[in-house]
Design a protein around this ligand. Structure first.
Ligand code: HSE
Length: 299
């Protein structure tokens, strides 16, 4: 019997659409025991609408690894203890993909290293902005090439706090991607690429005063505002309340703010107020960056 602990993640960080992300100290736990047949138990804060059969994403991810290795699936009793809210832009599906790959890899005595697990996770997820930080921890940039993937960890222990404000609505990533225009004007490409460069520099050099510029985006956030009433106002409120920077978390609806220590409560309250004025209730969490990524814990 063993357990895998996989962190929540926040993708994009403003301008880094589909390539930047970070891991948060909020976790889903997967406990694995031998069994005669597949049994999936669900506990924790989020258990609704998660398949308990072979359609379960964690199980399908484990089966992909076994298939790649030419091994047979092991019948297992799997207990999913979920604290990462689903369909909120906090990487819950990545926790399932990474968790499934890690349990299958552990049961085969660790034939694949983290980099090989990342490549497999990308085959399932399609883009690496959540799976890279879920596997490695920290704040990450991932570059996809035609035949490989280049993960870079930009910071593991940044000297800021993060606040996530989680609105009480669900946003399916697929729908939030369909809403985006297929073509991006050249000036918006320049706007975003320059800010991704700045964001990388700011994270490495800890020059956080520039985060208000470095987290700006023009290629996906405002295009998704119709799905999240009050989003632009809440991001502005975060900066007005003293946050270094703020962004939509993944495809939303969660909002992410980078804050000087001590300002978390004020920033969270102002962001929630901005959403409340648009009749959107929300909760907030002050979370540190996870620096380890997914880990296996013996029970
Ligand atoms: N980069 C993705 C998006 C986030 O914004 O659609 C989910 O991985």
């Amino acid at each position: 019997m063993f357990q895998v602990k996989v962190p929540a993640t926040s993708a994009n960080l403003g301008p880094g659409f589909d390539c930047m992300g970070l891991a948060l100290k909020l976790y889903n736990y997967i406990t694995v025991e031998t069994s005669d047949e597949l049994v999936i138990n669900l506990i924790g804060d989020y258990t609704n609408n998660i398949p308990r059969n072979k359609d379960n994403l964690l199980w399908k991810s484990a089966c992909l690894l076994w298939q790649k290795l030419g091994s047979k699936p092991h019948p297992l009793k799997i207990t999913l203890e979920n604290y990462v809210p689903p369909a909120r832009g906090l990487g819950s599906s990545s926790t399932a993909v990474v968790g499934g790959l890690m349990i299958a890899n552990a049961l085969e005595d660790f034939p694949l290293d983290r980099f090989e697990l990342l490549k497999l996770a990308n085959e399932i997820e399609g883009h690496p902005d959540n799976v890279t930080p879920a596997i490695y921890g920290g704040i990450t940039l991932t570059v996809m090439t035609e035949d490989t993937v280049v993960p870079r960890i930009l910071a593991k222990h940044p000297k800021f706090k993060t606040v996530v404000v989680i609105p009480d609505i669900l946003v399916e990533t697929e729908k939030a991607r369909k809403i985006l225009p297929a073509l991006i004007p050249r000036q918006d490409v320049i706007f975003n690429t320059s800010r991704v460069g700045l964001l990388v520099d700011v994270l490495i050099n800890e020059d956080y005063d520039l985060l208000s510029i470095a987290t700006q985006d023009r290629i996906h956030q405002n295009q998704r505002a119709s799905l999240i009433p009050g989003m632009p106002e809440a991001l502005k409120s975060a900066l007005d309340a003293g946050a270094y920077g703020a962004a939509l978390s993944g495809s939303g609806p969660t909002l992410l703010a980078f804050c000087p220590e001590g300002s978390e409560e004020n920033v969270a309250d102002r962001m929630k107020e901005a959403l409340t004025t648009k009749s959107l209730p929300s909760i907030s969490l002050a979370l540190d960056i996870d620096s380890e990524g997914a880990v296996i814990q013996k029970m």
